[in-house]
Design a protein around this ligand. Structure first.
Ligand code: CMP
Length: 138
């Protein structure tokens, strides 16, 4: 059994897509074992995306991530890191497969509705960034 962190970003929350995203997880046998709404500060967004600190889009990305509330979730299931990324689609929505969350709803490479951890080590860091052990109903 694997866990991953999912974020419905401020564009997804603002466009009333929380239910749509959660419906796709539940329809695909992915269990939500922790969930909360957060409005990140600039500093929290910078800490979360610290691996991208040197990228040209870092400032814009972290501004966007603290522009409104986001929903953070821990997802659990077999091979859930890869399965969540399949449901999300490619980072660049123009390259995302048909039927994926980003293909259906993203409006730019930055405003791409959802985030999902990309590996077990990043999942551990990202889950710990938002949740303590008592908040995860595993
Ligand atoms: P995410 O999967 O959350 O990981 C990093 C985020 O940076 C990405 O989704 C996008 O929202 C954002 N981003 C903006 N520009 C780019 C880019 N050129 N390449 C990758 N990610 C980008």
């Amino acid at each position: 059994m694997e866990q991953t962190l999912s974020i419905i970003k401020p564009d997804g929350v603002g466009r009333a897509l929380i239910g749509e995203v959660i419906k796709r997880f539940e329809a695909n046998d992915i269990k939500i074992v922790a969930m909360k709404m957060v409005h990140m500060s600039k500093q929290q967004a910078e800490g979360f995306y610290a691996v991208h600190r040197e990228r040209p889009f870092f400032n814009s990305l972290t501004d966007f991530m603290c522009s409104g509330p986001a929903v953070v979730m821990v997802l659990e299931g077999e091979n859930v890191i890869a399965r969540n990324r399949d449901l999300m689609g490619a980072t660049n929505y123009e390259e995302a497969a048909a039927g994926t969350i980003r293909k259906d709803f993203a409006t730019s490479i930055e405003r791409n509705i959802v985030h999902g951890s990309d590996a077990p080590e990043t999942a551990a860091f990202e889950i710990g960034y938002f949740f303590n052990a008592f908040e995860i109903m595993s």
